[in-house]
Design a protein around this ligand. Structure first.
Ligand code: UTP
Length: 395
């Protein structure tokens, strides 16, 4: 266990002070958390990701990614791609993978974001319904992998049970948890959560690859004959899960990574999909120098198809951490609960693109495919998401 001396040596004075005020029981409760801490690594992470952070354009030539524009495709081409996709789905070559481990701090919905409901239809159900429909049309079983995290795993499973898994065959759903990492104060101090445990948080959606590897799921997919993994997030209410046209494009191209994009609005807060030399990358709008984002015409909407063999191989390589500042509940030095700005360390799932050799990109219409539920009010909010669902005759 990290001792008081260890904590002090690594500048963790806030936690060291709190420990001196704790009862034996309280200290025992923390013992295991402290056992697993690598204080040197945490110090290095704080310095790399926060203290020495700077935004710079990636080295290399930045160009717009080459795209096929769905709206400009001939009807015959769309039909051909949809058939190719459906055949592959029928043959069991596709799995659906959902990222639902986030904290949803901006929406502040009590419970996992997927449990947020419009007229009694939850975000989870919106996706389950689509998968059920495709599975019926293709007369096949579709494995659905759902990533949760410590903060929402139990509640997510309870919600699925309460709703009889939305009639999705239980045997085809696999829940798995992403890792957690410590969160720090802006001064780099370890913190305690309201329960008096070390404050940790999910390590970003890029934690998905290590979680799939650690839980043996790449192997499980291989055994089932899965060749393509269709990844999407929980909060785009217009997401087309296992869109046959998009699946067809991935099958036809055989690319390591196939991505859907939209044309971003000026200054819009979505990552830009660009080529840096010959590698596709997503640059978060916050990580691009101001104004540069408007030079690129493809916004990332978090819908991708990966070749399974590519992901399994790439998952053995590391992904960098990025900084996220969020308001998280914690104990102050008098052990009172407060909500404060906290440094979170997050991996981004799209950083895996750097390991890919081949790419394909499909630009789609925002009106029918992208409406994220991020905030309670205003932009990308409950009101805008509901309107999109109504406009697209989904609710
Ligand atoms: P966001 O980046 O919007 O984060 O997630 P969030 O946690 O849902 O919301 P805020 O920023 O706290 O308000 C995009 C997608 O990535 C998933 C989310 O569940 C969502 O589907 N995600 C995010 C994870 O699975 N794990 C994470 O650690 C973070």
């Amino acid at each position: 266990m990290a001792t008081l001396q260890d904590l002090t040596k690594h500048n963790q004075t806030a936690l060291a002070d709190m420990l001196t005020m704790m009862s034996e029981d309280e200290k025992n409760q923390l013992a295991q958390d402290l056992d697993n801490l690598d204080l040197e690594e945490i110090e290095a992470l704080y310095h790399d990701v926060y203290v020495n952070r700077h935004v710079e354009a990636p080295a290399g030539e930045l160009t717009d990614v080459a795209v096929e524009v769905k709206a400009a495709m001939a009807k015959e081409r769309l039909t051909e791609l949809a058939q190719l996709g459906q055949t592959a789905i029928k043959e069991g070559r596709f799995a659906a993978l959902l990222m639902a481990g986030g904290q949803g701090t901006r929406l502040a919905h009590p419970g996992p974001k997927g449990t947020f409901s419009f007229d009694d239809v939850s975000l989870f159900e919106l996706q389950a319904r689509q998968l059920l429909k495709i599975a019926a049309e293709c007369n096949t079983a579709i494995p659905w992998y759902i990533m949760t995290s410590d903060i929402n795993h139990d509640e997510t499973i309870a919600f699925f049970k309460e709703h009889q898994f939305f009639n999705y065959p239980e045997k085809d759903i696999t829940f798995f948890k992403q890792p957690n990492i410590v969160a720090l104060s802006p001064a780099g101090q370890l913190l305690l959560n309201p329960k008096g445990q070390l404050l940790t948080a999910p390590n970003g959606n890029g934690g998905i690859y290590e979680a799939l590897a650690a839980t043996g799921l790449y192997q499980a997919m291989k055994k089932r004959g899965v060749e393509f993994i269709y990844l999407n997030n929980i909060d785009n209410v217009l997401v087309k899960v296992l869109d046959p046209v998009f699946c067809g494009l991935a099958v036809e191209s055989g690319a390591d990574v196939t991505t859907k994009t939209i044309r971003p609005l000026n200054g819009e807060s979505v990552g830009r999909v660009i080529m840096v030399d010959d590698k596709k990358q997503v640059m978060e709008y916050t990580e691009l120098p101001e104004g540069l984002e408007n030079q690129f015409n493809n916004g990332n909407i978090g819908i991708h198809i990966f070749r399974r063999d590519f992901l399994e191989e790439a998952s053995t390589q590391g992904l960098p951490y990025h900084l996220a500042i969020k308001n998280l509940e914690q104990l102050d030095e008098d052990f009172a609960v407060e909500k404060k700005e906290t440094l979170k360390f997050e991996k981004f799932y799209f950083d895996i693109f750097r390991y890919a050799e081949t790419f394909k990109t499909l630009q789609v219409d925002r009106e029918s495919e992208f409406s994220p539920l991020k905030n309670k009010e205003g932009k990308d909010s409950i009101t805008t998401a509901r309107q999109s669902l109504i406009d697209n005759h989904i609710i």
